[in-house]
Structures are given as C-alpha cells and as structure tokens.
Design a protein around this ligand. Sequence first.
Ligand code: HEM
Ligand SMILES: [Ca+2]
Ligand SMILES: [Ca+2]
Length: 298
Amino acid sequence: QLTQNFYQHICPNVESIVRSAVTNKFQQTFTTAPATLRLFLHDCFVRGCDASVFLSNENAEREHHDDLSLAGDGFDTVIKAKAAVDSNPSCRNKVSCADILALATRDVIALTGGPSYKVELGRRDGRISTKKSVQHKLPHADFNLDQLNTMFASHALSQTDMIALSGAHTLGFSHCDQFSKRIHSKAGIDRTLNRQYALQLKKTCPVNVDPGTVMNLDTTTPNIFDNAYYKNLQQGKGLLTSDQVLFIDARSRPTVNLFASNNNAFNQAFVTAITKLGRVGVLTGLEGEIRRDCSQVN
Ligand code: HEM
Ligand SMILES: [Ca+2]
Ligand SMILES: [Ca+2]
C-alpha cells in the first residue's frame, strides 16, 4: 500500500529536491518531459513500477527492441534527481529509484502545462530486469482497441484509463518505422488518415528514410500537455494506428470526443489513470530494496 506522505519523516524535502533537479534538466532539454513520461509506462508495464527498466547489463530490459527507442534523457533525469536526493545526508539511500521516477513524471507533466497531482509513494526497487520479461508486455503502435484494452486491463486499467493515458502522446515524437505501414503499403494510404496529414507524413518519412527521422505525436501542440491530441484524432491526425483507433472504434469514440471538448475532464481522467498506473505491481515494505545506484542492484 502506497501513501502520499511516505517520506514525511525519512526525507521531508524529497518532493522539492526532485522538482528542482527535474526543472533544471527540463530547462536544458525539452525531451526530458516526454522521455520521462514514457519511461514511467515502460517501467510500470514490465514487472510493475519497480525501476527494473533502469538496471543495466547485456540481458536487461533496456536491451529489448521495445525499449531501445526510450530516449536517454528520461534515464538521465532520474539519475540526476537521485544524485540530488542523495546529496542530502538525511535522504541518502532512503528514496527508491521507482519513487523518484514517479515524482519526476509528475513534475514533467506540470512543467509542460499539464495537471498537478499528489503522488503516492513507498515503492521499493526490484532486483530483476531481463530482456525476456519485456516480450508482449508493452503496447504496440499497430494494436487495435481490443488488444489495447486487454493489455491495460491486465493492470487493472479501464478503457477510460487507457484512453486518458494515451493522451501522453500530446508530447514527444515517434520514429517513422512505427507508422510507415500506414503510408507505404501496397493497399495505399491508410483510409483513416487525414489526406493532407498523410501527405505530410510521406514527405517527412519517405521510403528508405534515415531511421533517426521522427514526427511529433501531437501535430498541433507537441510541447504542451493539453487535449489537442484528442482534437487531432477527430480530424484523422492520430500518428499511430493505436492513436487513431481510439476515434475510429465506436466503443472508444465518445470518450475521445469528451476529452477533445473538455480539457478539464481529460486532466481529471489522466490524474486518476496515472495514479492507478503508479500502483501497478509495486513492491512495498521489505520487498525489493532501495537501490544505491539506479542502474545496478545493491
Ligand atoms: C496506448 C498504447 C500505446 C502505444 C501503442 C504507444 C506507442 C508508442 C510509440 C510507438 C512511440 C514512439 C516511439 C519512438 O519511435 O521513439 C511512443 C512514444 C511515446 N509514448 Fe507511447 N504508447 C502508448 C501509450 C503510452 C502511455 C500510456 C504513455 C504514458 C503515460 C506513453 C507515453 C509516450 C510518450 C511521452 C512518447 C514520446 C516519447 C519521446 O518523445 O521521447 N505512451 N509511444
Ligand atoms: Ca518495472
Ligand atoms: Ca500537446
């Protein structure tokens, strides 16, 4: 069981220490925000929110194909925040990497204009991270609604939670290979794509494009945490199949329409959903450990 005031007597300033380290890093590079937010998903969906994604060795989670595109700035944010926490004598080695990631995620959402919320704390760090454990655990860009719902439901997240969390794609970018089938297939351009938008995608991501080329996930406000993502879906401007399907499928469309028309409803649903995401598979009490170095077990 996590609690909001877990570190009250252990490290009372943990929230402000993390916030200033994250703010500092964010001011140097914007990618800090999307990279940290995505890292939280990739950690929580594999072995729970236990910082398993940070462990480094030849066979660790990070080596799996689905984690290779995680931007380094997300890892760097947590490592910097952890160093800041540990530089305070009363906090040294008392705050888990998993909790620092949860706090940093909250901070980057606020820094980009999203909602502020209280973070539940008390997670412990796991000792296991394997490439194999990532297989079939993360959502893919070509998933349909049933596949998305099944995967999120396995973590006690509802369809509404899933749609709200997909709103994280209001920030950041995707490499061309994640959506190239939508624009370069024999059957022609994906019919659910807005024509003009599709032409834009083809221009940025031609056949044999440099694999490092990226497109913003939110074509309107890629640097602001807002509900523009849902308004784009209404216009056929969802970048990934898994984004656009939320508007195409009649079962999820009403929720997309609600979030598109009501930023407040989106923010509230997002806070509920990310709080639930932060509870997924957590280690508490004497389980796991408080890692001294986020990339290494003690
Ligand atoms: C619903 C199913 C989801 C799918 C299929 C999906 C898939 C993807 C893919 C393919 C990318 C692009 C990766 C790349 O090429 O670099 C991406 C980026 C991103 N995802 Fe998701 N995602 C999903 C849900 C989420 C959730 C729940 C969150 C967080 C709460 C999230 C946060 C992000 C962020 C912030 C980026 C941008 C990363 C950056 O710019 O560095 N995604 N996602
Ligand atoms: Ca994990
Ligand atoms: Ca946006």
